[in-house]
Design a protein around this ligand. Structure first.
Ligand code: BMA
Length: 361
């Protein structure tokens, strides 16, 4: 009898797991895990919307202008959507974001989405940390209803991500990032880890209640120089709420420091991910203006050496700020080195992962 019960339990568990594997998010996780076995995908924030010298030329990308191929991972930003705006905080229209997500997905690419929402208490931008806005956003808080409305605007957008024939497009969503820094209203200076965890869980639960099955959840603190697993997990909402571990790592000081931090964060994420069956990635990074022309070979790749994160996402090449560029561009001194690492196949690009979908585009 006991044996039958055990067999049945195992069967139901198996069926349950298989049922899970049928959601678009579960399929995306599987696909990401598959590619992670083959190499590190190259990603670029806002790659398809603008570059250092152009904007709104759809089909173009600075990465493509440099090496002839698109990044495998497209990063998009939803800040401003919570207010019901038509354009995000960097001036990109949300309907163009939706359209380019679809185009990138149809070519076989992957999508990750960040969100720098306004401060729900003061109405100022994400970097204005006053007002204890996390506490106010939680159940019982005075802006809880507003946060629910904001999350609904996001879930509506996520629901609208569909292929031409109406199938949901799964994306990696990375809200409430860099919480261990003090620069966002959801950061360490403005809430306790417990409050942060409540905010993260509330967000996930809200999406789940809205019936969304196309979200792969990412947790991504900022890299810190003396990081440990315990520190990395200070704000971690739990394995049921996170699929992909990430870290945001920029070069602010020396090359040696970047490499050291990269190795340290990769080790922490790799070990936790292996034990807990998670993906991991360098969810944001770069070196502002890339002053080292050899940066990709001299610094980025050595920082990752020995590890295979799922992807590395270079931050945006802003169209509206000359000092805000982190990816390659044809007129930048680092272009030749980027072409070289592309030639050497140090990272995976869209042609590598897109397969037939890309060739038919
Ligand atoms: C930040 C900066 C800002 C931008 C925001 C959202 O890191 O690049 O200029 O508005 O990301 O893209």
């Amino acid at each position: 009898m006991k044996k039958i019960a055990t067999t049945l339990a195992a069967l139901f568990l198996y069926m349950g797991m298989n049922a899970d594997a049928k959601t678009p998010a579960q399929k995306l996780i599987k696909k990401l895990a598959k590619w992670q076995k083959k190499g590190i995908m190259m990603g670029h924030q806002d790659a398809l919307f603008y570059g250092t010298t152009w904007k709104w030329e759809f089909g173009r990308s600075d990465v493509k202008d440099v090496c002839g191929d698109y990044p495998a991972v497209l990063g998009c930003e939803l800040g401003g959507l919570e207010l019901g705006n038509e354009k995000n905080i960097d001036g990109v229209p949300f309907d163009k974001i939706r359209e380019q997500i679809q185009a990138h997905y149809q070519r076989g690419g992957f999508i990750t989405i960040s969100w720098h929402p306004h401060n729900p208490v003061t109405g100022a931008n994400a970097w204005m940390i006053e007002g204890e806005a996390v506490a106010a956003s939680l159940p019982g808080g005075r802006e809880h209803a507003k946060m629910n409305l904001w999350l609904r605007r996001l879930t509506d957008f996520m629901k609208s991500l569909k292929t031409k024939d109406g199938k949901p497009i799964a994306v990696i969503f990375r809200p409430w990032h860099e919480m261990n820094g003090g620069w966002f209203w959801w950061g360490v200076k403005s809430c306790t880890p417990q409050q942060y965890i409540q905010l993260f869980k509330m967000t996930v639960d809200n999406f789940r209640k809205a019936g969304l099955t196309n979200i792969v959840w990412s947790y991504s603190p900022n890299a810190s120089s003396d990081d440990t697993t315990e520190k990395f997990l200070t704000f971690y909402p739990g394995d049921e709420y996170v699929d992909l571990l990430g870290v945001d790592l920029y070069q602010h000081t020396t090359q040696a420091e970047f490499i050291k931090q990269g190795q340290q964060e990769m080790r922490i994420m790799h070990d936790y991910a292996a034990k807990h069956n998670k993906l991991y990635a360098l969810t944001e990074g770069g070196y502002r203006n890339t002053p080292d022309p050899q940066w990709y070979s001299s610094t980025l790749l050595p920082a990752l050496k020995g590890f295979v994160p799922c992807y590395v996402l270079l931050w945006r090449n802003a169209w509206d700020n000359k000092e805000e560029n982190f990816g390659p561009a044809p007129d930048k001194a680092c272009a030749a080195n980027f072409r070289q690492i592309h030639r050497e196949r140090a990272l995976l690009f869209l042609k590598d992962v897109g397969g037939r979908a890309y060739k038919n585009d």
